[in-house]
Design a protein around this ligand. Structure first.
Ligand code: OAD
Length: 271
C-alpha cells in the first residue's frame, strides 16, 4: 500500500483511461489466488435503484425513508412500516440485474477462490447468478420474527398485498430480514471473517460511499490478515479519509462500465 493512500491514475494509459484501469485491475486479479469483492448501492444504480445518499434522488433525501432505516420505526408502528415497505419491495422486485451484477457473477470464475459480499438488500447479485453472496445487511425478500426471543430462522417472503405478515411459528408480527440502524449484525460477518482469515490478495470495493463503516472495517480486517491490494471502483471516489488511507488505488468509473470490461479482459467464460 502507498504510505499516503491511493494515487488515482497511477500507471494509467492517459490516452484511454478505461483501458488503463482495466489493465491494472486485470493484472492484479490474474495474479491473485483469493479475491474478495464488497458492493454497495452504486452497483444497482444502472438497474434504476437509487443510492442511499448523494443527491436529492437518493433514498435518504426522503425523511420518511431515512426514518424507516431505523429498527425503532417498525417496532413503534409495524403497520405504517409495512405499508411503505410493500411499496419498496415492489420497486426492488421490478428492477433487473445490470451489467455490473452479471460481470461480478462471471468474475467468480476468474479466480481460484472468490467471495462476494454486499451491503445491498435488493437480491440482484443472486438474480444475476452469483452464489454464496454474503448479504451483510440482509435481504428485502426474506422475513423473520419481530420478536427477538422467537428463534425461527428467516424465511422467504410470500407475496403480500395488504396487512401484516406473521411468523409461521409464534404467530407474532414479522419484519423484513434486514439490518437496520441501531441493530447488531455481527453474525452476518461470520462467513466473511472465515474467508478473510485464509488471506485475501485482492479486495475490490464497488459502489459504496464508505459513510457506513462496513468498507473500512473490511479493509482493516483484510490488512490485519496479510498483504493485499485494495482498490475502489466508484465514479465518485470516497471522501472518507480513514477509508482512503486503506486503499491502494481508486478507479473513477461506473461499475457497469468497468466490471464488464475487466471480465472481458480476463476472458471469463472463454474456453
Ligand atoms: P451510499 O448511497 O452511501 O453510496 C453509494 C455509492 O455508489 C456512492 O459513493 C456513489 O458515488 C456510488 N455510485 C453511484 N453510481 C455508481 C455506479 N454506476 N457505479 C459504481 N458506484 C456508483 O450507499 P452504500 O455505501 O451502499 O444500510 O450505503 C451503505 C449502507 O448505508 C447501506 O447498505 C444501507 C445504508 O444505510 C442499510 O440499509 C442497513
Amino acid at each position: 500500500m502507498s504510505p499516503h493512500g491511493p494515487q488515482p491514475g497511477c500507471g494509467f494509459d492517459r490516452e484511454d483511461p478505461l483501458a488503463g484501469a482495466v489493465e491494472v485491475l486485470a493484472e492484479h486479479v490474474r495474479a491473485a489466488q483469493r479475491v474478495l469483492v464488497l458492493t454497495g448501492a452504486g452497483v444497482s444504480v444502472a438497474s434504476g435503484l437509487p443510492t442511499y445518499r448523494g443527491d436529492e434522488q437518493s433514498r435518504y433525501a426522503d425523511k420518511r425513508a431515512l426514518q424507516d432505516a431505523f429498527g425503532s420505526t417498525i417496532r413503534k408502528d409495524p403497520a405504517g412500516f409495512w405499508d411503505r415497505f410493500r411499496q419498496r419491495r415492489a420497486e426492488l422486485q421490478a428492477a433487473s440485474p445490470n451489467a455490473a451484477h452479471h460481470a461480478l457473477s462471471e468474475l467468480a470464475r476468474c479466480s481460484p477462490s472468490f467471495c462476494l459480499a454486499t451491503q445491498n438488500v435488493d437480491g440482484l447479485h443472486g438474480r444475476a447468478g452469483s452464489v454464496g453472496v454474503v448479504e451483510l445487511h440482509g435481504n428485502a425478500f426474506r422475513e423473520r420474527c419481530l420478536d427477538d426471543a422467537c428463534s425461527t430462522d428467516p424465511w422467504p417472503a410470500a407475496d403480500l398485498t395488504a396487512g401484516l405478515p406473521h411468523c409461521p411459528t409464534c404467530g407474532g408480527v414479522a419484519r423484513p430480514d434486514l439490518v437496520l440502524f441501531g441493530e447488531g449484525d455481527d453474525a452476518r460477518w461470520t462467513p466473511l471473517r472465515s474467508f478473510v482469515a485464509e488471506g485475501v490478495d485482492v479486495l475490490l470495493l464497488v459502489g459504496t460511499s464508505g459513510v457506513v463503516s462496513v468498507p473500512t472495517q473490511l479493509c482493516q480486517l483484510v490488512r490485519e490478515a496479510g498483504p493485499a491490494w485494495i482498490a475502489e471502483i466508484n465514479p465518485r471516489p470516497t471522501d472518507q479519509d480513514e477509508l482512503r488511507s486503506l486503499l491502494d488505488d481508486q478507479f473513477a468509473f461506473p461499475a457497469e462500465v468497468l466490471l464488464p470490461a475487466l471480465v472481458g479482459a480476463l476472458g471469463a467464460g472463454e474456453g
